[in-house]
Design a protein around this ligand. Structure first.
Ligand SMILES: *Cc1c(COP(=O)(O)O)cnc(C)c1O
Length: 458
């Protein structure tokens, strides 16, 4: 068959609301041209993030009804623990309310001033938790991973030469090495099993523990199955088990490949580290058998972790991004290639060559997509990552000006995607009319969430 269908049918629906172009213009003005300040009700198709925005299955909702809300030793905890251990094989499974809580606990124990923590690319909350504890977060992705239109099957891979150099000089000051699967900040790009194995071997040679940031482990397993020699006939669970077998622990946001709206965990083998982690957990998250989650949430994660490794689901999931990518490329829109697991990244610099980075082409595109069709994406460019010259206060632009369209799991159908593609192509046809934006107000940190913008009038 040529047609690939969504491997589910719909049992419950949620209405989405069409708005007129005039209404959207007024909504944008009220929101100071910042899409984070637009109400979700006013968005037709929401591609802001794939985090916690997915649809749960009937089996997950069913499991929630039998959640055991006992404070200590709840049955739901043991079901959750079994599900996580079945995939990861780790000895200690510690639930947390989301991924960053697992990171905070891990890095409050192991990170301190003078220490270095390398990764392919640290996700922003991971980096922030490392830096908050005064350690240094270093990104060592392969050079191919930084070239937007260079096609490479495993663009998220660790640069083993650079890692070896770092370990040679500093291994005494490296408490842990990490790998983000898939590489979120680099476009949702996967890592090969060979690279994961080699990274593990290298770190262990210097007696440095190896942790995975496992948020999108299942999507990464699909790429290994379809792209890496020797894995075509292997089952996804076996691939996942092999991947985790190289690591000493992981942090996980279950809002991604846990297929739930809230949850996460820290899992690891080291007894003493686990004891310290549980002590911190009790202090801020909750008792070790619930860690900030309700019993029913633990049930939903247990089922989600099983469903996320279904072949039909992952085939449809990865094909979704690929499909949108193909249509956009055919229309002349530049994107990060190849498409990754959870999102399509449009190159806004190429989309609007007449708008300089100082006038935020990514923010311009995010606003134009909303105006054109009520689509919400997110700028990943100089608004989010631009720095300021400490002396002159002048903007130093980010390396790339991107707009990310991230896909909630099991939420939108192909016709939603076809509609979104049409909106992007229409916006592209109108590209010469677009003018840049300026920032009219900004907070001292993380300005992209709350900054105010205005269109530049010429
Ligand atoms: C989302 C994410 C996190 C943080 O998880 P939260 O649940 O949002 O706290 C960490 N790492 C990666 C790669 C992520 O995508």
């Amino acid at each position: 068959m040529k047609n690939l269908i969504e491997p589910f049918k719909i049992k419950m629906v949620e209405s989405i609301r069409q708005t007129t172009a005039k209404q959207r213009l007024a909504i944008l003005k009220t929101a100071e041209y910042n899409l984070f300040m637009v109400r979700a009700e006013d968005v037709l198709i929401d591609y802001l993030t794939d985090s916690g925005t997915g649809a749960m299955s009937d089996r997950q909702w069913g499991a929630m009804m039998i959640g055991d809300e006992a404070y200590a030793g709840s049955r739901s905890f043991f079901r959750f623990e079994k599900a996580v251990r079945n995939i990861t094989g780790f000895k200690h499974i510690i639930p947390t309310h989301q991924g960053r809580a697992a990171e905070r606990i891990l890095f409050s124990i192991i990170a301190k001033s003078g220490l270095i923590i390398p990764s392919n690319t640290h996700f922003d909350t991971t980096r922030a938790n490392i830096e908050y504890n005064k350690a240094e977060a270093i990104d060592l992705v392969i050079p191919e991973g930084k070239i937007p239109d260079l096609v490479h099957p495993f663009k998220g891979s660790m640069d083993l030469g650079k890692l070896d150099n770092l370990l040679k000089k500093h291994h005494k000051n490296i408490p842990l090495g990490m790998m983000t699967v898939t590489n979120n900040s680099g476009g949702g790009q996967p890592l090969s099993m060979e690279n994961i194995r080699a990274t593990s071997k290298l770190l262990h040679k210097y007696k440095v523990p190896f942790f995975l940031d496992a948020c999108r482990f299942a999507e990464n397993c699909w790429f290994i199955k379809t792209r890496e020699k020797g894995y075509q006939k292997k089952g996804l669970l076996d691939i996942a088990r092999e991947m985790f077998s190289y690591a000493d622990g992981c942090t996980m946001s279950a809002k991604k490949d846990g297929m739930v709206n809230m949850g996460g965990f820290l899992a690891l083998n080291d007894d003493s580290l686990a004891m310290q982690a549980r002590n911190l957990l009790i202090l801020t998250e909750g008792f070790p058998s619930y860690g900030g989650l309700a019993g029913r949430d633990l049930e939903a994660i247990a089922v989600g972790l099983e469903e996320v490794l279904h072949e039909d689901y992952l085939r449809y999931r990865i094909r979704t991004a690929e499909y949108m990518g193909e249509q956009l490329l055919a229309a002349g829109v530049s994107i990060i290639r190849p498409t990754g697991g959870h999102a399509v990244y449009i190159d806004a610099k190429a989309f609007y060559p007449h708008i300089p980075p100082s006038q935020y082409p990514g923010q311009t595109l995010v606003c134009e997509l909303y105006k054109q069709g009520g689509i919400r994406g997110v700028e990943i460019g100089s608004v989010m990552f631009g720095k300021k010259n400490p002396k002159t206060g002048a903007d130093i632009p980010a390396a790339m000006e991107l707009v990310r369209l991230a896909f909630p799991r099991r939420v939108y159908t192909q016709s939603h995607f076809d509609f979104a593609i049409e909106v992007i192509i229409n916006t592209f046809a109108d590209r010469e009319k677009a003018k840049g934006m300026k920032i009219t107000w900004e907070p001292p940190f993380l300005r992209h969430f709350t900054a105010h913008f205005a269109p530049i009038s010429r």
